[in-house]
Design a binder for this molecule. Structure first.
Ligand code: ZN
Length: 441
């Protein structure tokens, strides 16, 4: 081999490597732009458009060459969700009909139910008591309750009324119970007649899960994830004029993370050298309480997940500068230390979450796995304290800095290579005992 041809080959190699990087950068932009497009109407949970988004991600996973999870036929992982809506409720106390504005009802009793005073336990919440605490206790108890709430609690009563009016979304069928909340001067009652009509709908959300099987350490999993759902559209009555943008495009939250996960899948598949098994998951239901990741966490043995890299809002420069990412819960495992040691020769560093008071570790899908001991952290760049687009209809692609985002994806890719090949094994996180959840709402 002559020197010339060697140089030529090196040159060709360099060009193809550079053009491969261009290709991934273009794909990142294409995926991001599509997921954040108006066509998907803000990817609301239970909307037809989120299914279109899931389909898009599924097709990308297929194209990249991922395999469905656990040999299943599809990349779509159905997450059952139970929605309860009180469609009608009436209450008469001491033979007087209670006005609807002073009544809030929440129920997990499917169908029609009627109550008299003997069937309800009565609680009075006086001016000096804390409404939230009283309601929480009843919620933990379950059963059927009439709660007489002093008028001084009007503000919180209305918050609960508004919350209950949207119905309940639950991850399992609940124990049955109904709460009738009444804003009133009464402290006790002689008679009560109540009825509630409740509609239970069983719906599905879909996680999109793809796998790149490991070449040596097949039973050691590395999970790459993001949520792809967002807030949908602003209701017409809340927007000021007809032509105003009503779509929550969620470009940063979290089309950015989702396109990053797809991108990492494409790059790792092309590298074809991962010793560990890589799982890529686009979670649904994050914005309504982490339904997708909570369900996912029960579908496999968390002890086999060596690390979880959750990507959440990486579209804009962080507080530390463009292209620099930070990690949530940096002290909960040695994940940050290990990846920073690994990245040191590259002159790159991942910072600790600069907003510890915001408890971000618990505010994304990583928490669903961390509670079982998985070193599960989120990577982000958001400047939550000053981002005027967060959860607004203005969270569009035009507000993102694509070069910064691309550099973050590259950083994540670099340290992930060390996890994928077995070099980096973070310490486990202290598991958290399952918290008892309310029996009604
Ligand atoms: Zn969000």
């Amino acid at each position: 081999m002559t020197k010339f041809s060697f140089l030529l080959m090196a040159f060709v190699f360099f060009v193809s490597d550079a053009s491969a990087q261009d290709k991934y950068q273009d794909e990142l932009l294409a995926d991001l732009t599509y997921l954040a497009s108006d066509d998907l109407k803000g990817r609301a949970n239970f909307s037809p458009e989120i299914d279109v988004a899931a389909d898009y991600i599924q097709n990308r996973f297929k194209e990249i060459g991922l395999k469905p999870f656990r040999g299943e036929k599809s990349f779509l992982q159905a997450v059952p969700v139970y929605k309860y809506a009180v469609t009608e409720a009436n209450l008469k106390l001491n033979n007087t009909v209670i006005d609807g504005v002073n009544l809030a009802v929440v129920s997990t009793a499917d169908g029609d139910s009627s109550f008299n005073l003997d069937m309800l336990s009565v609680t009075h919440v006086g001016p000096g008591q804390e409404l939230k605490t009283e309601l929480r206790q009843l919620n933990m108890l379950g059963g059927n309750h009439l709660v007489l709430i002093d008028n001084s609690h009007v503000k919180w009563f209305n918050i609960y009324r508004n919350y209950f009016s949207r119905g309940l979304t639950k991850k399992s069928l609940s124990e049955r119970g109904t709460l009738f909340l009444v804003l009133t001067d009464l402290t006790s009652v002689k008679s009560a007649v109540a009825d509630a009509e409740v509609k239970l709908e069983i719906k599905e959300l879909f996680n999109v899960v793809g796998v790149l099987p490991g070449q040596e350490l097949k039973d050691e999993y590395v999970l790459y994830s993001s949520h792809y759902d967002h807030l949908g559209m602003m209701p017409e009555d809340q927007s000021s004029s007809a032509d105003k943008d009503r779509i929550f495009n969620g470009a940063d939250d979290n089309a950015s993370g989702t396109s990053a996960v797809i991108n990492l899948a494409a790059q790792f598949a092309a590298q074809n050298k991962n010793k560990r098994t890589l799982i890529f998951s686009a979670f649904s239901g994050e914005e309504i309480g982490g339904f997708g990741s909570k369900f996912f966490s029960k579908q496999l043995d968390p002890a086999k997940i060596i690390a979880m890299v959750n990507i959440e809002m990486i579209g804009k420069p962080s507080k530390f500068g463009p292209g620099i990412t930070w990690i949530t819960g940096p002290k909960r495992s040695n994940f940050m230390t290990l990846i920073n040691n690994y990245l040191e020769p590259e002159g790159i560093k991942v910072h600790a979450d600069p907003y510890p008071d915001q408890r971000l570790f618990y505010r994304s899908d990583n928490a669903s796995l961390a509670k079982f001991g998985v070193p599960a952290h989120s990577f982000s760049t958001t400047q939550l304290d000053k981002d005027i687009h967060y959860h607004q209809v203005t969270d569009d692609v035009s507000t993102l800095n694509l070069e910064s985002m691309n550099n973050v994806v590259n950083t994540i890719k670099l340290f992930s290579e060390g996890i994928n090949d077995g070099t980096i094994t973070p310490s486990r996180i202290e598991p958290k005992p399952e918290q008892a959840s309310g029996k009604i709402y």
